[in-house]
Design a protein around this ligand. Structure first.
Ligand code: FE2
Length: 174
């Protein structure tokens, strides 16, 4: 049994608050992709899905006159930095292993290079899995942030992931 499940993370009010901004449907879909890719890259699915679920908790809404301002976002956004910090604080608070909390936070920090100086970012497998999972659910114009899902449906998919992760970690990472 893991100390902290994906459901523990998902139902926490902090997660609900920030995912409410960036899109719960997107977060759940990215967690599912991360589970699949974790299998392909031989990465711990527990860390990969937690990082994927929380990867966008650092988003701020960039509005000008009631409209989303993409240029303003591009210039000023540091959601990966903020998200890594927020996720780390939350995970430690709910009892996550400190080493795992650090790895998850770093994967969130590196899930995008949009805020970094130009150059190639070399990611390790866990970080790569989270970045690929995010890209897999991306839609043009940032539409993936606006997909909707009911709380019940989202929770069911999170619980299904927890069950799958429990089985897998018992086999390979226990
Ligand atoms: Fe994302």
């Amino acid at each position: 049994m893991r100390k902290v499940t994906l459901e523990d993370v998902f139902v926490h009010p902090i997660t609900q608050k920030y995912l409410g901004r960036s899109g719960i449907a997107h977060a759940v879909a990215v967690a599912e992709f991360a589970y699949i890719f974790a299998g392909q890259f031989d990465v711990d699915p527990d860390k990969a899905t937690k990082a994927a679920l929380l990867h966008d908790v650092g988003h701020y809404t960039w509005y000008r006159d009631g409209e989303w301002d993409y240029d303003m976002y591009k210039e000023n956004d540091i959601h990966a930095i903020k998200g890594a910090n927020r996720a780390h604080k939350l995970l430690v608070r709910i009892g996550e292993d400190p080493q795992a909390a650090k790895e998850i936070a770093v994967a969130i920090l590196l899930h995008t290079d949009s805020y970094l100086p130009k150059g190639s970012l070399e990611r390790q497998p866990l970080q790569e899995v989270v970045a690929f999972a995010d890209e897999a659910d991306e839609q043009a114009g940032g539409k993936h942030h606006y997909k909707t899902i009911s709380h019940e449906a989202a929770l069911k998919r999170i619980q299904a992931l927890d069950t799958a992760i429990e089985q897998k970690t018992a086999q390979h990472f226990g």
